[in-house]
Ligand binder design. Structure first.
Ligand code: G6P
Length: 473
């Protein structure tokens, strides 16, 4: 029987060292973990990735490995140097800024590249220790772009899928990378390469054609002796979970206590990981401008802004954190009254039932990234709006905008437009809110994360079939 192996930089369980030096295993609530749960937990299948912990010694490593294996996971342990050069370095200081159209933030360090190659190789060895010659391997995201080709070299008959969760940028950005050819060639080790949007796929094909001279027709890329399928699979969320959480007793109770604390004000909600790609500073400037241009909203509307700490060892993230702190402080100091706070800012993560109550409370969801592969917060807001009230303001440069066309679609750089959209959302008649929300909810419900997983796995099975017929011809 052939098995399916999922590979991503992070495992769906994070291992943490507590203050009293105990280890705690925390299962991720993330969309990918949920969507792929039905696959990696099946008999014989496994998820390979980094557990997020620096192990103290071999005994601890054995213990963590043992625990994770009970839950169908295989850890790849990384050293502090590897995290610094491969994860914070090449992945998040070279690829992330380049792929999100922030080339001015990108660094090009040969030592980071060397670590990226070495860690991709380390993942490759971990997968090869588990994979038979005909197994199916599904590799995820930009931290592992070289892995498909490394696996292909060792397992020519394996079925390999690759999905990119972030944008694939224009060739004009890719060509700046000194290692552009190697990166694109690395991805081509897969039989199927998936993207969130048609635009990302088109950019990828353009890079392949410029860098390697391979052309594609109807989603089939003739890459030397092999055929690689390319396609779009817009990722969804676990709709039912969000819809149910929104009406749960816990969410109602939190909402009641929040409401009591906030008083009778209207809520605009913003939730992101700390990241310069999310347009957080621009969003704050637009909210400030709303208060300036529309004094009638002062004392009436508050922005609840949740920023989840992320990658704070990377310089640009630390600088962004300072900028946000400064902006929030300035706006609150200028406009607040004894009974009203313009911006309620939280720099931490929230447990799911508290998030559900924030989604309930908010009349406006403000999702304005400069660039985003998909953006699942937009979909979570929509899924949580069971009463069909509420308005989503969504950046045209989030992958989600291709699907959620009933949102107020804005250009996040255009602060004037963003300000106008905030005002429009706050005065939108209920009937129009419901019409838009209903349309978006049915889409998010239909194309959920389980449909996404099935679609990708079906297409991968099709790739395998084609490969088999080639072998037997
Ligand atoms: C994005 C990336 C993921 C990544 C996540 C969290 O969604 O596409 O690959 O896991 O951010 O970032 P982190 O660096 O904490 O893994």
């Amino acid at each position: 029987m052939s098995r399916t192996i999922i590979v991503s930089n992070r495992l769906p369980t994070k291992v943490l060292r507590t203050a009293d030096d105990e280890l705690s295993f925390q299962a991720s609530e993330g969309g990918l973990a949920t969507g792929l749960g039905s696959i990696y937990r099946q008999e014989g299948n496994v998820w390979v990735g980094w557990p997020g912990l620096f192990v103290a010694d071999a005994a601890e490593e054995d213990y963590v490995r043992e625990q994770l294996r009970h839950d169908s996971m295989e850890p790849v342990f990384l050293t502090e140097d590897e995290i610094s050069d491969y994860y914070e370095g090449f992945s998040n200081s070279t690829l992330w800024p380049t792929f999100h159209y922030f080339p001015q933030y990108a660094t090009y360090e040969p030592a980071h590249w060397a670590a990226y190659v070495a860690v991709n190789e380390k993942f490759c060895q971990a997968v090869l220790a588990l994979a038979g010659p005909d197994d199916t391997i599904w590799v995820h995201d930009y931290q592992l772009l070289l892995l498909p080709a490394m696996l292909r070299a060792a397992r020519p008959r394996a079925t390999i899928g690759f999905f990119l969760h972030i944008p694939f940028p224009s060739y004009e950005l890719v060509r700046v990378l000194p290692w552009a050819r190697e990166l694109v060639a690395g991805m081509l080790g897969a039989d199927l390469i998936g993207f969130h949007t048609f635009g990302f796929m088109r950019h990828f094909l353009s890079s392949v054609s410029h860098l390697l001279g391979f052309a594609a027709h109807n989603g089939r890329l003739e890459a030397g002796p092999r055929t690689v399928l390319v396609d779009t699979f817009p990722m969804g969320i676990d709709y039912e979970r969000y819809a149910q959480a929104a009406v749960s007793e816990a969410a109602r109770q939190h909402e009641a206590s929040y409401r009591q604390a906030l008083g009778d004000i209207r809520v605009v909600l913003s939730i992101d990981r700390l990241d310069y790609s999310k347009g957080i500073a621009e969003r704050l400037r637009a909210f400030e401008q709303l208060l300036l241009r529309h004094p009638e909203w002062r004392g009436q509307v508050s922005l609840i802004m949740v920023v989840v700490p992320s990658r704070d060892q990377v310089a640009q993230y630390a600088a962004l954190k300072e900028e946000i702190d400064e902006l929030v402080g300035r706006i609150n100091a200028a406009y607040r009254t004894m009974s009203w706070t313009p911006i309620h800012y939280f720099y931490r993560s929230f447990p799911p039932d508290e998030l559900a109550s924030l989604y309930r409370l908010a009349e406006v969801g403000l999702v304005t990234p400069m660039r985003d592969g998909m953006n699942l917060v937009a979909k979570e807001f929509v899924a949580s709006k069971t009463d069909e009230n509420g308005v989503l303001i969504l950046s045209e440069r989030a992958g989600a905008a291709r699907e959620l066309s009933d949102a107020l679609i804005i250009n996040p750089t255009d602060i004037d437009q963003l300000t106008a959209a905030l005002h429009e959302a706050l005065v939108m008649p209920q009937a129009e809110q419901a019409r838009r929300m209903r349309a978006m909810r049915s889409l998010v419900q239909q194309y959920d994360v389980f449909a996404w997983t099935d679609l990708f796995m079906d297409r991968l099975a099709f790739a395998k079939q084609q490969q088999l017929s080639l072998h037997t011809d």
